[in-house]
Design a protein around this ligand. Structure first.
Ligand code: PLP
Length: 393
């Protein structure tokens, strides 16, 4: 029996790629008394949040919040824009792209699925080929996972927009930014995205519980005629009630207190600085992995997300055993390999409220764990990462 009650002094290191560490300021904001969700005070809170969240999505268009996980926000994006039997184009960048496809299939959509090797983002030449071949415009939407949390691959959303524009294809562009928003540069309006899907527990530094859809006018128009059944996820009543600062159901009030605070913190730091901080921590992590002489799931550094790093285990070594050992010995959680790469990959989350010393501690835990687990590596990763952090303040 595992010893579940022995005290573990100090802070747990939550270094999975979300949920990420929730800052004390946000925890304190959430600890306030719950208020009447039909009061003027609440309406003011909603207005503040919707104004700030738009700046984070880099959009002037509406952003909708749902009390849900990211999976709910995926479903909301589909049921509000599509009809039974509609065709959508989707790319197998990894586990989360596959889960989104499964939802589309269960909803009765037809998915044109472009297989992939889970080591890179969306291949723009395949986007071009698929759209060019669809001369009758039977594809209604293109689904892209911006930051594939299972592999660490980043897809070029502006590039996909460019292909849609060049081929003159009218399909909607639906993008999952669940592990990229507020960590990696993302521009809903400039990149002409129709629905951006996100949730609270990653770059936004909140606990799980809020799903989001940022939408375009084109998506809004599509929702007038979309025929998939929808009730809870229907954008219409939310948009209507939000105008007065309310929701068509009881909202998660205290999570919204936290969101107001977290968005304030992100905007206080400045989006550019938030992205630069994530880039620098990600680079230090990639430097460590290379110095350990381990392989990254995503071999091309220019195609990696800055929110996490997925590391391949050498043959014959089990990633889950390594993670278990690191949790037991050093009280640190790392992300597991998901789906096809279960046991082959472990993931280091470096998103959200992170700084140099938190990353240094994380990498120390990994390096000590690799040694204790007998995983072949060079003991140079931490030193190389610290050198990078020290020289790039
Ligand atoms: N999409 C991506 C890229 C994710 O990383 C996740 C979860 O980690 C999801 C979707 C699903 O979100 P949730 O688990 O909150 O439903």
């Amino acid at each position: 029996m595992p010893d579940l009650i022995s005290r573990k002094p100090g802070r747990h290191f939550l270094q999975i790629p979300g949920p990420s560490n929730v800052p004390d300021r946000v925890l304190r904001a959430m600890a306030g008394p719950t208020i009447d969700h039909r009061s003027r005070e609440f309406a003011q809170l909603t207005a503040q949040i919707l104004e700030k969240i738009g700046r984070v999505f880099q959009t002037a268009e509406p952003v909708l919040l749902f009390p849900s996980s990211g999976t709910g926000a995926w479903e909301a994006a589909l049921v509000n824009t599509l009809s039974p039997g509609d065709r959508v184009l989707a790319f197998e960048t990894g586990h989360f792209a596959a889960l989104w496809r499964n939802i589309a299939l269960r909803l009765g959509l037809e998915v044109e699925w472009v297989e992939g090797d889970w080591r890179r983002g969306v291949d723009l030449s395949m986007v071009k080929a698929k759209l060019a071949e669809d001369r009758d415009h039977t594809l209604q939407a293109v689904l892209v996972v911006h930051s594939e949390t299972s592999t660490g691959a980043l897809s070029d959303v502006a590039g996909v927009r460019g292909v849609l524009d060049k081929t003159g294809h009218p399909a909607l562009l639906l993008v999952d930014t669940i592990s990229s928003l507020a960590s990696v540069d993302y521009r809903h309006d400039e990149w002409g995205v129709d629905v951006t899907v996100c949730c609270s527990q990653k770059g936004l530094m909140l606990p799980p519980g809020l799903g989001m859809n940022a939408i375009s006018q084109k998506a809004l128009k599509a929702s007038d005629s979309a025929g998939l059944p929808r009730s809870y996820w229907d954008w219409g009543p939310v948009l209507k009630m939000n105008q007065r600062g309310f929701f068509p159901y009881t909202p998660p009030t205290n999570l919204l207190f936290g969101m107001d605070e977290a968005l304030g913190m992100i905007l206080e730091e400045g989006l550019e600085k938030v992205f630069a901080r994530h880039r620098r921590l990600a680079e230090a992590t990639r430097i460590a992995v290379r110095a350990w002489e381990l392989e990254m799931c995503c071999p091309d550094p220019s195609g990696c997300t800055d929110s996490l790093t997925a590391v391949w285990m050498p043959d014959g070594h089990d990633a889950d055993e390594l993670r278990r050992l690191i949790l037991d010995r050093f009280n640190m959680s790392l992300g597991s390999g998901l789906g096809k790469v279960k046991g082959r990959v472990f993931r280091i989350g470096h998103l959200g409220d992170m700084n140099d010393l938190m990353l240094a501690g994380t990498l120390c835990g990994v390096e000590m764990g690799l040694g204790l687990a007998g995983v072949p590596h060079r003991k140079e990763g931490v030193t190389a990462a610290l050198d990078h952090l020290a020289s790039t303040a």
